[in-house]
Design a binder for this molecule. Sequence first.
Ligand SMILES: Nc1nc2c(c(=O)[nH]1)N[C@H]1C(S)=C(S)[C@@H](COP(=O)(O)O)O[C@H]1N2
Ligand SMILES: [Mo]
Length: 327
Amino acid sequence: MPAYKPPHIPSSEITPEHIYLKRRTLLAAGLAAGATFVTGAGSGEANAATLTQAEALKTVPGPFPKPKRAETSFEDVTNYNNFYEFGTGKADPSRNSGRFQPYPWTFEIGGMVQKPQTVDIETLMTKFPLEDRVYRMRCVEAWSMVIPWVGIPLKSIIDMAEPTGSAKYVAFEGVVRPKEMPGQSGFGQPMPWPYVEGLRLDEANHPLTIIAVGLYGKTLLNQSGAPMRLVVPWKYGFKGIKSITKITLTDTQPPNSWNLLQPNEYGFYANVNPNVPHPRWSQATERVIGEDGGLFGGGKRIDTLMFNGYGDEVASLYAGMDLAKYY
Ligand SMILES: Nc1nc2c(c(=O)[nH]1)N[C@H]1C(S)=C(S)[C@@H](COP(=O)(O)O)O[C@H]1N2
Ligand SMILES: [Mo]
């Protein structure tokens, strides 16, 4: 046998540094309890336990400056949500999502790619640095928040699958688990499942676009879209599909849930645009969640900015397009 000399890899590079914090505590607890969940030879910390909600994450600073407005409190970010799988009221997701088990989690990347694959979210979180990125979020219902997300650029994830030259769009699918999601079972379900969304490939590859896996330095709570959800800060909130199970590269414009339900009210592009009113209300101003008025009350209103204030970064993606037509 020829002598094989393994390359020297410092242990700091093979331990899952980005998610190591609580992991150690869990491992220690597991060892004390007989380590029944440590399976396989040499599994080490990475296989010692699975992630949980609100688990501390090791993050690196993201590439974009923070917005000028104050960050919305963790309390408000996690108690005023849209997530129809758990009900249509803003308080339903925090109240009704206790049964949902987002960890462990795998999702598929496929379609027009060279390397279709099933990806484990924890593996993914050890592969890429988890970036802190504070983004403004603007909902089509005319409220806004400033949220310190923890995320991975969507482009990094898409590139793992190596899209072919024919891929022009990215389609996303949410989760279907009626036993864990009260909005998906029984009578009066608000929409067809799974929740679906889509982006043009250049929008998906834009450096502002992330798959969020946490906020305020911790893994996502269920109501925020655990374990992984899309964040596209220049678009209305409904583009930000939660609890993603499937990412598909395609050459045709993908369906998106709100457009399927009410095509005259919700378009595919969904770029924040104060000049294009929703058919039933203006989009010129927004209510700042957490400032005056309380969570569900009046609140302070400010002017809404084109592309939610991210025009310098993204306006070129839409050069020559009539954004009143492609709303
Ligand atoms: N799977 C899924 N994703 C979803 C929704 C949903 O109902 N189901 N609602 C969307 C809408 S309308 C908005 S405004 C945002 C809200 O995200 P937040 O609760 O984190 O503020 O999630 C979006 N993603
Ligand atoms: Mo929304």
